[in-house]
Design a protein around this ligand. Structure first.
Ligand SMILES: NC(=O)c1ccc[n+]([C@@H]2O[C@H](COP(=O)([O-])OP(=O)(O)OC[C@H]3O[C@@H](n4cnc5c(N)ncnc54)[C@H](O)[C@@H]3O)[C@@H](O)[C@H]2O)c1
Length: 332
């Protein structure tokens, strides 16, 4: 397509390579070029010019850039893009700390260009189907949400610990699935790899409107898990992002609520239904949303403000683990 949007990728590691492949496969997008300071990375074949600086990448002509460099570089690169009003899809976490994340929010709002954070897990077909059920069907109040995200050790991630790298996905999902923000956290973290940052985290959360959430995450397990469970008044839903399934545990016909006014209907075991969730892959959904938004049809982008809110929760988690006390988060 001659009139396709030209995309530049900054950082050609694991994430940047998936973005490059996704862009090349999507109608209406073309890969303008990639940027990486590493000559070895630039030598990897992606079928587009590979350059060593952001300035050179911008000279190739881009309609938007993906920031897929290590997290500690997101702020500098993002600010550079905002300054010249280039739209950006910035990988999660938006930044390594809240001050940097806030500077990015301010810069892109001032520049008034399209921007988004790569919270890809929102686009996982199973999670997306769970959200559809929660928003389109009547499940009543959400009582509790639990997340489990475990997996093998990612030696390449050197600049942040597991809370900022992995738990941030679940922090974002809790907010997106419940429509509620995390108000308070009590956390414990553990470090076993000798890398200097945390490798395991268990977090208890209270949501602003009273719901409860727990996050369990680590990157020291040969067993990979990506699971979200939501407990509601009208049954329980489980999204398994790895299996690509949603399971619905329905309440049975005979509930045992014991409020005299019937306001708590109770629950008993009913049917269990598991089905595959369909849909495009998360990175493709992100680029479709960028493309559509830039072409004037709002796509489901994760805003930089939402990305900064997730970073704020990671800071509260690490502060709680450090001090051994619950930490309250100032949600705007
Ligand atoms: N959304 C997701 O599911 C997802 C998955 C993986 C990684 N990520 C995020 O993507 C980012 C990169 O992670 P990764 O796993 O691809 O890491 P990686 O180590 O595989 O790749 C990072 C690349 O960035 C390059 N780089 C280093 N300094 C740079 C700079 N100043 N400018 C541009 N490039 C630079 C490195 O040479 C390397 O090629 C991180 O922020 C990570 O959290 C997101």
């Amino acid at each position: 397509m001659n009139d396709s949007l030209r995309v530049g990728i900054i950082g050609l590691g694991w994430a940047g390579t998936v973005h490059a492949r996704t862009v090349k496969e999507m109608d209406g997008l073309s890969l303008a070029g990639v940027m990486d300071p590493s000559p070895e990375r630039r030598a990897s074949t992606v079928g587009a010019p590979a350059v060593a600086t952001v300035e050179e990448l911008l000279r190739l002509g881009v309609d938007y850039c993906v920031v897929a460099a290590p997290t500690r570089h997101h702020e500098d690169i993002g600010l550079q893009l905002a300054k010249v009003r280039v739209p950006a899809l910035i990988e999660k976490p938006l930044a390594h700390d809240l001050r940097s994340a806030t500077r990015l929010v301010d810069a892109f709002e001032e520049a008034d260009v399209v921007s988004a954070v790569g919270h890809t897990e929102r686009h996982s077909p199973a999670v997306r189907e769970m959200r559809r059920l929660l928003t389109e069907e009547d499940f009543g109040p959400i009582y509790q949400i639990t997340t489990r995200r475990q997996g093998p050790f990612p030696a390449r991630i050197q600049d942040v610990g597991v809370v900022r790298d992995l738990a941030i996905h679940d922090i974002d999902l809790i907010r997106w699935l419940t429509g509620d923000s995390i108000h308070q956290v009590s956390a414990n973290v553990g470090a076993v790899s000798g890398r200097g940052t945390e490798d395991l985290a268990t977090v208890l959360c209270r949501l602003t409107h009273g719901g409860l959430a727990t996050l369990d995450t680590n990157w020291v397990s040969p067993r990979k898990e990506r699971q979200v469970t939501v407990y509601t008044e009208r049954g329980c839903l489980v999204a398994d992002a790895l299996a690509g399934t949603v399971t619905h545990y329905l309440n049975g016909a005979h509930a045992h609520g014991n409020r005299p006014d019937g306001s708590f209907p109770g629950s008993s075991s009913g049917l269990v239904i598991t089905y595959p969730a369909q849909g495009e892959l998360p990175f493709a959904a992100e680029h479709r949303a960028m493309r559509d938004t830039l072409l004037g049809q709002m796509g489901p982008l994760v805003t930089l403000r939402e990305g900064a809110a997730a970073v704020a929760v990671t800071e509260a988690i690490l502060a709680s683990a450090r001090t051994g006390t619950p930490v309250t988060i100032d949600n705007p």
